[in-house]
Ligand binder design. Sequence first.
Ligand code: GUN
Ligand code: FE
Length: 427
Amino acid sequence: MGNSVVLKGNLLYSTQLNEITALPDHYLVCENGTVSGVFAQLPERFSGLELRDYGDRLIIPGLVDLHMHAPQYTYRGLGMDMELLDWLNVHTFPEEAKYADLDYAQRAYEIFVRDLARSATTRISLFATIHREATELLMELLERSRGVKALVGKLNMDRNSPDYLREASAAAAAEDTALWIAQTRGRFQNVAPIITPRFTPSCTDALMERLGRLQRETGVPVQSHLSENGSEIALVQELCPDTRNYGETYSRYGLFGGEGCPTIMAHCVHCPEEEIDAMQNNGVFVAICAQSNTNICSGVAPVRTYLNRKMRVGLGTDIAGGAHLSVFRAMVDAIQASNLRWRLLDDRLKPLSVAEAFYLGTKGGGAFFGKVGSFEEGYECDAVVLDDENLPHPQPMSLIERLERLVYLSDERNVYAKFVAGQAVDL
Ligand code: GUN
Ligand code: FE
């Protein structure tokens, strides 16, 4: 089997929030894409499997990016001097409009998919654009590259968007989304659709209602944005005066978690108490996107509040609000933002530790994809082999210290090998 393999090296992974398990010179056994166990000595019954010995390198679970905009990869690092709504109008919408042109989409998405394969990310939930054909193209390129397992969303936008990036009506948008789901669901091994109302300001009630119906008919998961920025929240209140909070603009149409509706909400920076209660009750996943929240001046999400409530939390890079594809970088950004929040805003909310951020970027976000993000038995075997030889040190370091340095200092050059559900990736 192509996806049965034994990996040997220094294993590091989370089983719980505040602790990283470090096993020097161990064997990670993967059968049919799933972890059969970790062992100090390889049991005889696995001796027939292919063995890949990575020596003194570190082997960690693949990283998980719960929120990223694939078409925005082209302008990452540009135009970072505005707040959300202006930034969308000036930079984002003109760029996304280009994906009506399949040649442009092909060129742009090829670059993104190549870089993503080389990264330490093995699972990702992506926003595409409103264009069905370009979105299918992105899905095909991801499938061909085999560099990650991905959820991909064709966007829905039927209001408050420029003429050149607005769907003709609620019915047209929802019908196009339904057609796209019918054409892509079950077609790929590594890629699947996710229902994606861009955010409440760009979706009429009529469109949300149709998307809710489509969700119930298909069981396809949902992603969107929530309570990211003050002006955005004020706009939502103006557009939906009969709701008590932003979350309700999704929940009243069945697009906010609960039985049969797995949901990711990105940001959650300024959620009022009742909205947090609803997210908690419905098992909504929060995607913490700290770098984006800094770049476009949104604020700092109260990640400790969510963790104290045992809510489901992962990390997002949110390119191009964030400028970096690395989930290691997202861990560092989340830690740094939590440090400042604790120091400047609320000293009752303890900052994140490295172990906690590592958990969020692996097992925390991985839970959205099933048993993903750890090396516990029964987990899908997503693994990344990291080489830290280019980070020499005059003294020996513990495995945890070596991992901590890689969280802060690594880039794609440190990714030595990568496996997605046991399948080796061409880097
Ligand atoms: N809210 C609606 N669209 C977007 C987007 O493209 N990026 C971010 N950060 N927030 C959004
Ligand atoms: Fe976003």
